[in-house]
Design a protein around this ligand. Sequence first.
Ligand SMILES: Nc1nc2c(ncn2[C@@H]2O[C@H](COP(=O)(O)OP(=O)(O)OP(=O)(O)O)[C@@H](O)[C@H]2O)c(=O)[nH]1
Ligand SMILES: [Mg+2]
Length: 375
Amino acid sequence: MDINSTKDTSRVCFVLPTYNEGGNIENIIEQILFEEEKQNSYTFSILVVDDNSIDQTQEIVKRILDSRDNIYLITGQKKGLGDAYKRGFIYAIENLEADLIFQMDSDGQHDTLLIPEFIKHIEAGKDVVIGSRFVAGGSTPDFSFSRLFISRVGNALVRLAGGVVSIKDCTSGYRLIKSAYLKDLDFSYLSTRGYSFQSSLICDLAWRGADIYETPIIFSSRKAGDSKLSFGDQIEFLLNIPRLGFRNAKDFIKYSLVGLSGVGVNLGIYALLTRYYDLSEAIAPIFSIEAAIISNFLLNNFWTFGKRLNQSRIRVKFFKFHLVSGLAAIINYLVFFILFFTFGIYDILANLIGIAFAAVVNYLINSNWTWKNNK
Ligand SMILES: Nc1nc2c(ncn2[C@@H]2O[C@H](COP(=O)(O)OP(=O)(O)OP(=O)(O)O)[C@@H](O)[C@H]2O)c(=O)[nH]1
Ligand SMILES: [Mg+2]
């Protein structure tokens, strides 16, 4: 699917997870439908994912959906918020053909009046809009000191481990997402509970190159009923941090392996040209370096960054990759030069540090520029 096509952004599905939200769900549905009336270019559907609530939630939703044709209910065993969202996303994409998916809590904490604001940012070209409590204008007026502290520390950990430092609120449950970014997501990585599901999902979206925007929200208290988040959720959240760190490093590990293979290609072709074809030592490296750049480029394009969506054309990426490779060579040389000549560090070690430095800069630029999804 073309992620930027205007036709593709016309169906919006609200996925509302519920567990014992009988005191809230009817109001939320009414408020969303009220917002739909103001929209011309979008049709709304509402999908309630209820995990066999023991209150009236399902009866209430069934009564509403009998009289409306854009309300849906799916039910299942209670296996945590992540599992409910996973089922909801799949249903919304496959059965309701949603182009945009709203994540929203079903307890009145997310202000439905902000729906047009979220849509506005998607229309401006963003792929994901987060209702953020931690950007200017956002707040959590009813949070106790300890809850705010936990939320802040939790967010800081996710931002560092996941390499998503620019995202201020990684655990918010109010988001609008282009469904193209959810389609072939590997849901097995998304852990099953509250906060950790939300943070895993936002990291995944960022790693796939989604352009993410945070719009401020005021996150007040739930309107009725009890919180579903438990101490166990917080433990799971902490255990999820190293997993995020490892998965974040995975692209870099792949990139480094490709770089190593490039050293092999470079040396192999150099040896072949000088030993077998008798090419001069001054000319052979030109071909062997270019061969390594080409093989690195292809491996990175189809393997390291193979899952990123909607990038520029291969020729543009190839050109950018050459520029970055040139820059990396200069950085490698400069670091070596300074360490060896200024600080007198052993030449092999100085060169190794230069290579490591250049590899990180090279990776960061290629990851965030060459293979970033373009707008
Ligand atoms: N389907 C399903 N929904 C769940 C589950 N756990 C929580 N929810 C829903 O997920 C949403 C967020 O849960 P909340 O308990 O409100 O979490 P919270 O907003 O961080 O906590 P409060 O501020 O106390 O409300 C609510 O709509 C819950 O009903 C679950 O296991 N299954
Ligand atoms: Mg809530």
